[in-house]
Design a protein around this ligand. Structure first.
Ligand code: GDP
Length: 165
């Protein structure tokens, strides 16, 4: 195929849930524990998903800017399985996105991060599944310092959703 699909993604979630770590893992295959994330980053990435050439732009935002919300086609809502507050934060973010986008359909996926910290888990799979059902979105679990395939699946899944929307 000679066509390239352009996809604009935004990764959101409470500070410290691992947004930067997930993006860096996706783009480089590595876990970088202390990544400079004090300001907004826009990443550009070329990949192949199911035989289709995809040019992705990904915004990692510390603050959620209205212009970014309008810009993005797909949202990755990240929470940390060891942090209940970060799950509640997802509902707040969803309300914010809905209020800015009003009529536009919101394409999103919920991503649980830090599953390597199973011993410190405070958010159950069932609890997060219930929220995902309420928000009518997909829900996947991964760890930025775990298997690359899980992280890849989360991003690829969101891209598929955007392509279908
Ligand atoms: P952000 O503020 O959402 O961008 O979060 P960061 O990517 O800066 O990560 C916050 C902290 O959590 C850093 O100390 C990371 O090393 C750590 N971290 C990120 N992802 C994981 C993970 O999957 N497992 C563990 N154990 N630590 C993680």
């Amino acid at each position: 195929s000679t066509t390239t699909n352009h996809i604009r993604l935004m990764v959101v979630g409470q500070e410290g849930v691992g947004k930067s770590a997930l993006i860096v893992k996706y783009l480089t295959g590595r876990f970088i524990s202390e990544y400079q994330s004090d300001f907004d980053w826009k990443y550009s990435y070329q990949t192949n998903i199911e035989g289709e050439q995809v040019h992705m732009e990904i915004i990692d935002s510390l603050t959620i800017d209205d212009t970014h919300i309008v810009w993005a086609e797909g949202f990755m809502m990240v929470y940390d399985v060891t942090n209940q507050d970060s799950l509640l934060k997802i509902e707040q973010i969803k309300e914010r996105l809905d209020s800015v986008r009003s009529t536009k359909i919101l394409t999103m996926i919920m991503v649980a991060n830090k599953t390597d910290m199973e011993h410190c888990r405070t958010v159950s799979r069932e609890q997060a599944d219930a929220l995902a059902a309420r928000l009518s979105c997909g829900h996947v679990e991964c760890s930025a310092c775990g298997p690359e395939a899980e992280v890849r699946f989360a991003f690829d899944e969101l891209c598929r959703e955007v392509a279908l929307a």
